[in-house]
Write a protein that binds this ligand. Sequence first.
Ligand code: SAM
Length: 226
Amino acid sequence: MAEPVHSLFDRTAETYDRARRRLIPCFDELYRAAVEALPFSRDDDIEVLDLGAGTGLLSAFVAYAYPRARITMVDAAEQMLVQARERFALGGERFRFEIADYGEGRITGRYDAILSALSLNHLPDEKKRMIMEQSYAALTSGGIFVNADRVLAETPELENRLHQAWIRRARELGVNEHDLRQALQRMELDCAATVGDQLEWLRAAGFREVGLWYRNLIFAVYSGMK
Ligand SMILES: C[S@@+](CC[C@H](N)C(=O)[O-])C[C@H]1O[C@@H](n2cnc3c(N)ncnc32)[C@H](O)[C@@H]1O
């Protein structure tokens, strides 16, 4: 049986953060767009769920922008959440951590924002749709779903060219070849989908104000509101 994707992340958790800015040449803009998509005021008491939170990178951007937000981080890779716990060690009860496979369980609880970064692309399409439907049910009225993810190009040729352009940029930024190899190995397990399909699935799940916030090479940020 193929190794589950979270065990690959478990094995590379300690060095995960080091490589991110080079592996994601648009790192700051991607995460910034995901936070900018949130329609709340800085001092709102919002309840946030981060699916596939990993070491807590996206949650850290959210926590900084929304100092009163309570954030639940879910991940199937225990070692990734160990890093996240360290990152938020001084944050107290604002931050919760849950080891779980979000592709299997149900989203319980009520949230104002359900977010994910570079994680849902690991799910087969029917499960991505299931997550969108569950998110819609778990969101409060006026709540938002935001996904910052690796996306598939519209044609195979375009996919190949964008993929090569991404590798070129990562190398220009000085990515360590070992980190690049590990990322490429993890990407073999990706089930990325096109932006067009994902926006359509959000609409079908009931979301409104569905749209794209950002796109760069193989990365995009999109959202939908309840
Ligand atoms: C590329 S990392 C992204 C982590 C973080 N969101 C970030 O932006 O750096 C993907 C994370 O998704 C987690 N993941 C993948 N599939 C999952 C699933 N079905 N359930 C829970 N976590 C999952 C992996 O364990 C990994 O920590």
